[in-house]
Design a binder for this molecule. Sequence first.
Ligand SMILES: [Fe+2]
Ligand SMILES: [Fe+2]
Length: 205
Amino acid sequence: MDALILHLDRALRTVAGVHRAERASPAAGVPEGALHAGARAEAAALMRVNHVGEVCAQALYQGQALTAREPDIRRSLEHAAQEEQDHLVWSAQRIEELGGRASLLNPLWYGGALALGTVAGMCGDRWSLAFLAETEHQVEEHLSGHLERLPAGDRRTRAVIRAMRDDEARHRDSALALGAAELPEPVKLGMRAVAKVMTTIAYRV
Ligand SMILES: [Fe+2]
Ligand SMILES: [Fe+2]
């Protein structure tokens, strides 16, 4: 029951945007570039997409921690969830600095990802970790794409994205080290297709 209340509390905080980061933003100390209005809007839209990804990461990790059977796995998921919480805060801060706004559909993204995380968790730890490892891998690739798309002078956003990408790579490695299975190729392709739809919508709304 306590665990359920804790998860509910986290869910509400995620959607309301009232989390606290444990680590300072990687943008701290990086000077703001001279960005024209179009460049700021583009960077804010890209960060809105990344923020949606982090909202989903909160839900995915929570869904999986709820269903994880092994204590070691649950601990590792909780550790990664804290780092995802840092990402959530960093990306929200950067959106604000750029004068943008978070996605209006965040409650929807959260609910969908929580359902997916719970289903993955119910398939057992090996498959749940497989889903996680593949998600982290796809997010890592996606963030690399954003580093190329970002306006050239936006060093602050770049610092945030680089640090998130490093964390996602570690999350993937730890899921593999904990015994993740290898997802079938059609599942990976399906995940890419869903991610494509989500990122296209989140870029705008
Ligand atoms: Fe993340
Ligand atoms: Fe991650």
